[in-house]
Design a protein around this ligand. Sequence first.
Ligand code: G6P
Ligand code: MN
Length: 454
Amino acid sequence: MEKQFNVCIVGGGSRYTPGILKMLVNNKGRFPMKKIVLYDNEFERQDKVGRFGEILFREYYPECEITWTTDPDEAFKDLDFAFMQIRAGRMRMRELDEKIAMKHGCIGQETCGAGGFAYGMRSVPAVCELVRQIRKWSPNAWILNYSNPAAIVAEATKRIFPDDYRLINICDMPIGIMGMYAISLGVDVNDLEARYYGLNHFGWFTHVYNKHTGEDYLPRLEEIYTKTLSQQLSESGGEDKLNHNIKGTWMETFNFMSKMIMDYPGTLPNTYLQYYLYPKHMFSIENPEYTRANEVMDGHEKEEFAKIDAILKLGRLKGTEYEPDPKAMNGHAGYIVDLAYALSHNTKEIFLCMVENHGIISNLTEGMMVEVPCLAGVNGLEPLNVGEIPTFQKGLLENQYAYEKLTVDACLEGSYRKAWQALTLNRCVNDTDTAKAILDDYIEVNKEFWPELK
Ligand code: G6P
Ligand code: MN
């Protein structure tokens, strides 16, 4: 009989968990599970999502046992996979990260800019502690970590768990962008294979191949994106193909890609580069009173939990308006299962993951956690060679990496000076006095989460 996996979702009380559970149901043929356990440190949210999962699995996946807990010792036993998606400090702290930076005239975005710094200082200790706890009970489990800010978290896990090749840091943004390319090209995203390099949320596509014919769609995509995504879609009637991830604010972000592509021809940028390359513009369109954290709390988060409440009242999904649509269930969480499948079945399929630079990008610092195409199999990730990159990108990446490295140093050593230097280096801050002012305000509100800085 084929192996059935034991899986834990770490951060199981998240608004993303229902989507992941539905996606796992949808993939049970390919990725069969024996047991799934949801773990969170906040009981109320975890219990709600857990009871939703119980209904879903009773109706659609009775062969898999589902439990939920706030006890790590119970959650992390005998795992084959841990999918880790925690947000240390939750949305309340994301809101403060964003608003404090804006008060000082800087971008507060959750992974870029000063916000990413504050979040990194919370996330690193929390993620590393969870990895330790998982390793206590499940030394060989694959830990697929997509907790943010992933670049900073990856730099920390590399240092603390240097030999742990089953700990993998990933992000859905590149595959999300490829999903958009697929819509624009009128092809299936599974037929695309990218070449890409950079740091997490800070990179460029150099080729977008058709997996079967080898055709490089990059020149065509450049041409297509001289129009904005919304323009193209309304002309082609492709709007209905978008998932929630490319709607609302995200549509603005995808529209802005056009400008970046026209200003920097030859490669296709990660959407997040907008914050680093156009910080003035990005700052000017943000509302300091109502940031992305507010949008998420009033939007997606509220909607997901309202849906859960309604389902718990009904006690079932089948025959109700909440019945999962098997086609829609493929959604954005699918890449996690794709990667889990490749690792466990040794498919050597290509995924964009974060790995240590040892000559992959020959003119970048050794040891940097670069995001590049990797073959995924039972022995872990095998990165593809990138070679030498142009001066412009090299300069940006080295600067960004120095910032990320100093952030992790500051966090692990408790160094105020390094924290200050880190923020000064960040392209969205760039000023010594501003960096200090932001840092001091962040220290004030992060007492519960950050190590003490001396
Ligand atoms: C993308 C990124 C994630 C990030 C998310 C934020 O998926 O890859 O790293 O967490 O966007 O989305 P939100 O809706 O919370 O702003
Ligand atoms: Mn990401």
